[in-house]
Every structure is written in C-alpha cells, then in structure tokens.
Write a protein of this length. Sequence first.
Length: 404
Amino acid sequence: MRMRNIWIVYRKELTEALRDTRTLITTFLVPLLIIPVLGTGFTVVMSAVIGKAKKEKPRVMIVGGTDSPELVAALQRYSKIRVVPATPDWQNQIVEKQIRAAVEIPQDFDNEITKGHAGTIKVDIYGGEIKSEFAALNLENYLKEYRDSITTERLEANHLPADLLNPFQVKRQNVAPPEKEAGAILGGIIAYTLILMCLNGAMSPGIDLTEGEKERGSMETILSSPVSRTHLVLGKFLLVLTASLITAMLLMISVGVSSTLLQKSGALNQMSEPGEPAPQFALGPKAIASVVIMAVPLAVLFSAGLITIALFAKTNKEAQSYIAPLMFLVLIPAVAAMLPGVDLTPKLAVVPLLNVSLLCKELVTGEYHWNYIVLIFASTCVYAAAALYLAVKMFQRESVLFRS
C-alpha cells in the first residue's frame, strides 16, 4: 500500500512535469545540446585557430646583427617567417601584435662564434599569445638547426664524426590506450559538467514541486489528501531524482556521441604536430555507463537537498536566491577536481562531491579502484539518505510549509 501511494504521487507529478516546458528544456534539451554546442563547437573553433596560427607566416624583426651577416642571412632565408625592417619601437609592436616576435642578436655575434665563444640569442615574444608562441617555437627550432650546423662543420674540420655530440636520439612514444588518453583529457571536464547537470536537472522540478505548490495555492489541497506526508515527499523526490538522472544520462550519451563524431571528423588533427597522432577524445560505452552509475547517489543528494531548500521559499525568486549559494558550493569541489595534482586518496574519498568528481576522472580513464568505488558510493549514499531524511522532516513541519 505504501509503495502504491508513492507511485500515485510520482505518476501525478510526472504527468504535470511533462506538461511544463521549463522542466522539459532543462531535463532533455540542455544536456543534449550543451556538449555539442559548447564542447564540440569550442574544440572545433580552437582546432581551426591553432591550425591557422601554425600556417601563418609570422612577421619577425631582427634587432641588432649589423655585424653578424651570416646569422642575419640565415634568418632571412628561413621560409617559415617574414623578416621586416627593424624599428626602435619593436617591443611595442610585439605587444600590439604588429609583429609576432623579435630576435635579439648580441654585438659581434658571428665573430665570437668563430672564435669558439658561446653567445646568447634572445627571442622576444608576447607571452600567452598563440601566434607569438608559434613564431617563437619555429624560430627556436630553426636556430637550433643553425647551431647544430655550426657544430657539424667544426667537427668535420677536425675530422671527427658528426654524431660525436649526439650519440643517441630521444623519441617520444605514447603507450597509453585511446580510452586512457581521452580520459586524461576529458575526465575533469566531464566530472565538472556532470555535477552541474545533475544539479541543473533537479533544480527546476525541485522548485516547482515545493515552492511552486505554495505559489499556486495547491499545497493545502495536496496535504489534505489521504496520502501521508512521507509518501508525498517521497513521490515528489522520485520525480526530481528522475529528472536529475535523465539529465545525467543524456549528458553522457551526448558526450559519447559528440566525442566520437569529433574524432572521426579529423578536426583534432590541427592540434597535433606533424607526424604525431591526433589526441583521442572518443569515450567507450563502458566509461559512459560507469559514470552514470556513480551519478545515482549524487542525483539523490541533489534532489533531496533541493527539495529541502526550496521548501523554505514562498516565491520562485526567493527559491532561486536560496539555491544560488548551493551552486557556488558545488562549483568549488567540481573545479578542485580539475586541478592538476589532485588525486583520489582515502581522505578525499569521503568528501562530498569532490569524491564523485575525482572518481569520475578515474572511471573515464578506465581505472576501477574498487576499494575507492565502494567507499565513495557508500559515503555518498549516506549523505544522500541524510538529505532525504531532512527533506521528509521539513515537509512535516507546518512552520516550514506555511511560514509567513
């Protein structure tokens, strides 16, 4: 009988929720579009920007070098840059992006090199500006080749092999499988987005089923029904939980489909160096399913917490103001999990939200630490049960339901 009462309340609230445009948008439309529009769109734009920056022939100024014609001539022969005449305001021109870099050649550089003395060439750039950074990278690689050519000539002049100073080569090789590489790149972003989407999915129905009942004047009618208040709040809670879980599920499906299409499109090739494989963004079904399962206790925690908070509000605006600090509190652990060096430990495994966020990063990479999984799932269930218990208690208090 009790489950029947809860089911009746749940079915009634579900029917009304499906008629609410705002709930449908936040539950279905937002998670399906946020990744393709923001995530994939941002990646495609960044790939295009990086590709364009790599292909650009940057304007470079040579500062000094009037007594070093060999080096100046070598730089002018370099096909990947365009040397422009030097001016006294070359630093301002870099900052104003009129030129991308400047090469400072010390006085009498060619002569000092010929004598065997070491010199220092400075490459001045606009730090953090992508086109300036690429220009500097090209210049540094070319100057290293020029330095190596001088070294080779000296060795040959002394009848020594050119490989004397380079007895071995160093080659970078990626041995991580594609899913781990994708997880390392996307793990923190997915965990961050999942937490926000679980909260966002529960927010609209959570407010509507509590504060909304007050504002519509239907709270008294519901309370006068033969269904107990515990059954009422559990039925409402299940509807909010359903919306939160659907949002999480659709989000992960959207991530999986978008990452696969993005990988196949070849847009990521612009982000890799020539001869190197493009970064792997595609996520497997196993990673997606495991993250959704871990989102269940998280959704329970958010659903119960939002119902409790929204019960204290008399208007929608007041409910929004109460929930705003919760959004801020949720962002802190979600962002913290994205920071480098923050790894899952036994202590962090019991910190609400942060534990789930860190675990999601591990799951996306294909790492299944079952001791942490059990601990995090159990601790999050305890927090969720406490929040649900509090929601039931608040629903039974007249001072909360009808506060003036």
